[in-house]
Write a protein that binds this ligand. Sequence first.
Ligand code: ADP
Length: 979
Amino acid sequence: MPIKHRSALPTDMLRVFETLPHPYLILSKELFILTASHAYLQLTGKVRAELFEKYLFDVFPKIPDWSAEEGGIAFSLAQAIETGKPHTLPITRFDIPDPDNEGKLLERYWDTTHTPVLDMEGDICYIIHHTQDVTEQVLAERNLKASLEKEKETAAKATRLSLQMEKLFEEMPAQIAVVTGPDLIYEFINPQYEKELFPGRRVLGKPLLMALPEVAGLPVWESLQQVYKTGETFAGNEICIPLAKEIGGKAEDHYFNFICQALRDEKGNITGVLSFKYDITELVLARKRLEQSSNELLALNEGLAQANEEIQVTSEEIQSANEELSATNEELYQAQQSLLKLNDELEERVEQRTLELQNAQAEIAGQNERLKRFFMQAPAGICIIDGSDFVFELVNPAYQQLFPGRELTGKPLLEALPELKDHAVYDILKNVYKTGDTFEGRELLVPLARTPNGAIEDRHFTFIYQARYDTANKIDGILVFVTEVTEEVRTRQKETENEQRFRFLLNAIPQQVWTARPNGKLDYVNEVICNDFGQNADTITDRGWQQFIHPDDMQSCLKKWLTALKTGREYLVEFRLKFHDGQYHWHLARAVPLIENGEITLWLGTNTNIDLQKTNEQKKDEFLSIASHELKTPLTSIKAFNQLMLRISDPQKLTGFVQKSAAHVLRLEKLINDLLDVSRINAGKMEYNMESFNFREMLIDTIDAVQHTTSSHRIILENSEDVAYIGDRFRLEQVVNNLLSNAIKYSPQADKVMVNCIVNEEDNSLIVSVRDWGIGIEEKNLTRLFERYYRVDNTAMRFEGLGLGLFISAEILKRHNGSFWIESKPDEGSTFFFRLLLAPSKKTEPIKNEDHYYKDSSITLSYNKAYERIDADWTGFQNLDTVQQGCSHMMDMLVKNKVHKIFNNNIHVLGNWSEAADWGAQEWFPAMEKAGLRYFAWVNSPSVFSQLSARKSADSSLKKLKIQFFTEAADAIAWINEQ
Ligand code: ADP
């Protein structure tokens, strides 16, 4: 029989149930309420009569939790009935009416169990429904969970920051070390510390004095000990510490900016010292080298001072972080309190967690504070840029110092520093943000303004961009570490520039220039040396001078060089150097030491080519001996005739001796006059008496006079026009006389000399030529004939003379604005020409003058568009004026038409003056090279003298311009068109 009524239960039992201090409901197997505990009635706000013997779901019909679904009361009851075992529901929320606020509900959580009570046969007699309000426990747990989450998040944040900082310190180009204990034992060093300072030493675990014995006695050692003793932070700038890479190695001066600060334990006791060094050796040395002021260091110091101020701010920040953590702690404490009441186990957990949290918090706070202090005090710029907009989240004072007065913190990068918009660093930043690849920039040029409205300057930075990650390991910002190296880069650039300028200067000197180390080893030679020896600079500096010095000069040269090296006094020696063509050339070598700080740092030397000087000296010596000989010969003869005359009384014989003596006096007079003329010319005191005279008459008189002195040769005046000429008749006679005497003297086997004088109608000039059939002159000697004392070697021995006649003649002709040239072949004879203008020299008038075409009486220029060249065709006799005028038009056309090639035809040139050649080599060709001329094809004139002139003008050491000579115009054209 099923139990439906309370009468089915013994009264004692009923009472026991009813008085139980917990909410109970006793149900029959059919779910009729048999009784309820007072506590249950109180909880549900019902009276016993409302429940007794009522079907359970009639009393609580509408509440979903009473459903038969899994998790509902009906379900639990069915389970208990079916299995005969107690069934507990998961904790369920079931809000109850608020007795104080009608219509409102109170949030409640319930722990419900249904326990079947079985009879002896194992059948269910009734079911105990027990429910317990676990709201407080649930809420406490929920709070605990929330607070744990918060704590976890804070810890993760701190760990992240700490990791980032640690990474930063690892990569920071500053040297960080931690030493502990009174012996200051190395406990930590960052990689920079080891790499930069002691790559060869093991310092970790060693007391500082054992690891770096060289610091003993230095002020920095005192300071470190002082920091350990007093706890006062020590900051020093530009501290010089001589350090050796290995113990016992050579100590080198290192300069540092230094911060040493005490490390303390939780109780505030000093445990060690943290040193933060920033190696500024390069900066200091660079500055010392240039003797620049210490402004930057002052600025750096100011930055550090500012950093100190900001530590204050940081401490406050940390303080508030601590407060926040305390608040969390407080919450935890609250939770712990309530949980204590409910659950001992929970209490234990909370207690333990709280303790852990406190420890972690203390440690994080300490670590954070330390790291932050480093961060703020670091003498290099560090900042954290947040998010994809690159907002300056944290900027340390050193970073701010790079932009004094510019607002950075809180601003997006492009707003704070808009000038970075189009610069590569912005793309680099974006890339680091995208890929997470760390970027290291070295001495990158970034144009940036320093101050808010300051000008944009070219600044150089060495920096690291490193991605920052959030908890989900996603990039959420960038850590920037930067040092400005503008000064170093500029100093280096200046040094390189100076060096280049110096080298350029040395190369520009048209003389051999070299430098040697203090020990005498050659270490630099200029281009002149390379060209002279035909070897490259490295080979020459490697092998030294010895290979080029003449063996006979070697010993004295070595001796002098060694003495100079030993005494530091000037080195001066003359020796012969062998050029690439195998010829020796006399040089005067001179070297002086460069002394810096009392020590020789370099020998700077020059070798001057004195070959010409030496030859001239030789010539001069020869000249003196010839002159004395030449003067002595007629004198001896005169003396001999005088003695004879003294002894002889026969008047006829006497006249003969007087005549012979007079001839020697004449010769002597001529010699003395020549010498006098030369000294007049040298002193610029040769006087000219210009007046009109009949040129033919002058020629005839001179020929007559010379003819009288010779019986071996007949002087024939082939042509002569009857023209008046304005000039110094006496001096021109001297020229003709000299040419005629030479023609006779240098043609001992011949019997005639031919003279011609024609008038060139085209340019109204007189051309005189004197031709002989004598020994002739070799081509190589032609241009030097007009030099003072110059005599062709093989003639000097055979013919008397002083080598002055042609020099004087040339001077006279120059003063008459004339030109002079020679055509000669050895053993066939020579023709000497001179040309004089009948009317005073006028500028040649152009016949046509256009951009593409120019013509006057001496040159025709045309621009050949198809082959992009200028064609120049010279005609007739050229002098300095005509050459200069033609050349200036050539340059004009070159520039106007922007061409680089010239075809220069001299086929129609009859003769020219060597002065134009000097002008060409020294002025015109260098100017043409600058104007863009690169190729110059030169067709020879049939006149050998003109050819020599041409060669002389091309004899300039131009690097970009190529000049090539041809005898055939067709070859020249073919060559120039190929270029
Ligand atoms: P000198 O005749 O007194 O030596 P010049 O100045 O007149 O001096 O001549 C210089 C040199 O030129 C001569 O030494 C000679 O070598 C050479 N020379 C001059 N005229 C002729 C000539 N007609 N034939 C060959 N050689 C000549």
